[in-house]
Design a protein around this ligand. Sequence first.
Ligand code: NAD
Ligand code: 6OD
Length: 488
Amino acid sequence: MTSREILHFIDGAYTAGSSGRMYENINPVDGSVISHICEGGRDDVDQAVSAARRALAGPWRDMTVQQRSDILYRVADGITARFDEFLEAECLDTGKPHSLARSIDIPRGAANFKVFADLVKNVPAESFVMDTPDQQGAVNYSIRTPKGVIGVISPWNLPLLLMTWKVGPALACGNTVVVKPSEVTPTTTALLGEVMNEAGVPPGVYNVVHGFGANSAGAFLTEHPDVDAITFTGETSTGTAIMKAASEGVRDVSFELGGKNPAIVFADCDLDKAIEGTMRSAFANCGQVCLGTERVYVERPIFDEFVKRLKEGAEGLVIGPPDMEGAALGPLVSQEHQDKVLKYYDLAASLGAQIVTGGGAPSMNDALQSGFWVEPTIWTGLPDDSPIMKEEIFGPCCHITPFDSEDEVIALANDTDYGLCSSVWTENLSKANRVAAQIDCGITWVNSWFLRDLRTPFGGAKQSGIGREGGVHSLEFYTELRNICVKL
Ligand code: NAD
Ligand code: 6OD
């Protein structure tokens, strides 16, 4: 793979495919062209799915679990061995600070293989001996077999982390995959092909086709009749389209979708920790984290102090390119996304929000002026039915609302179509548990945020997703559980 051309990876080899179409990969920092990406057509997706189907019936299936697990360890080690290359590529595509990719994206890319390589070696099985008078002498036992060819559709915000979070367990369970990474962040997914080959993953087990969503490689993959199941991370509206495609052939889906996540800050919290956690949950990765906090509810006695301190924190964030010393906030990923976020900033102002800080695009030096920068932004004063409180913005911004009682704040937190995650800040753990249990979402962090144990169930309630992945829950999705009944 050259850095100027991003090719598909099909059957263990890089290829430009047959569509003849390419598009530009844009650097979010300054709008320059980083590389040219091949756009896959139906034929390319067909080739990739056929390769995955062949590999499913080949050496990958015949390996012992231990052999597959060893290879996946080598994949993880291969990512670590090429850490800086992955880091450069991820930061170039996304514009995120090196410090963030160094501590989260790239290590998780490796960990996602190791955790599931370990997990599949310890899968329990059920067994039942039949002992009623008319059914004596039979034993039932369960086995898990790979589900087949898995279509993986991934987003741009944490490209390597979120793609490997699906590919790791899928391969550990003996499936083969065809990945369609986001059109704006294809590079680390492409680079992983080299690591797969070096690690001894057989050709066809890991395939990548680039392109867009609707009427392009994404839709061609999800509509493909020979794809057995689809795992998707992205917007709720895209999930709706993919679910329609998956209904043809009644294919299984696992969806991690959008969020409009609340943080609830009680007056008895450790304020330093609540500020530090909310700074990260609102502004990390320039707010482009599905688990990010866009609604902050603060108990009235500490409301003014909290707003003042979060404002100071936001105004202290250093905005700059990935390799800049101390940079905490990069640009947004694309011009399109910058336009979307700035529209919400204008909307908030026009709806009468009090702009505590930010609210626009920062002025950058000449070299960076064409990048997709936005200011970290905090609002107060909007009612809970405002679009700013209802719609996922996916930028470095949050609205802070005061509350007076536990019941009131639980109702406010739940007043959303989404249900991905929440965080609760209080030193009273009884209250924390009581409140956490009443918030309709998949994950609640108490006195923390994005603290991940990969063995735990991860996923969203309501319109934030379907299913759970992580630990044994990934095995549920990536394997077919079968019962064998033996009459003795
Ligand atoms: P997106 O839905 O626009 O795109 C995600 C992927 O889907 C891309 O690869 C895209 O090309 C593809 N796609 C788009 N339309 C398609 C179609 N019709 N058929 C098949 N594929 C299609 O999402 P995004 O903008 O890349 O990412 C941001 C969104 O992802 C946010 O809503 C965010 O909350 C969500 N997200 C959720 C989680 C989670 O764990 N719940 C994690 C990360 C991101
Ligand atoms: O940590 C994970 O496994 C995960 N799926 C994180 C999602 C982050 C969303 O942007």
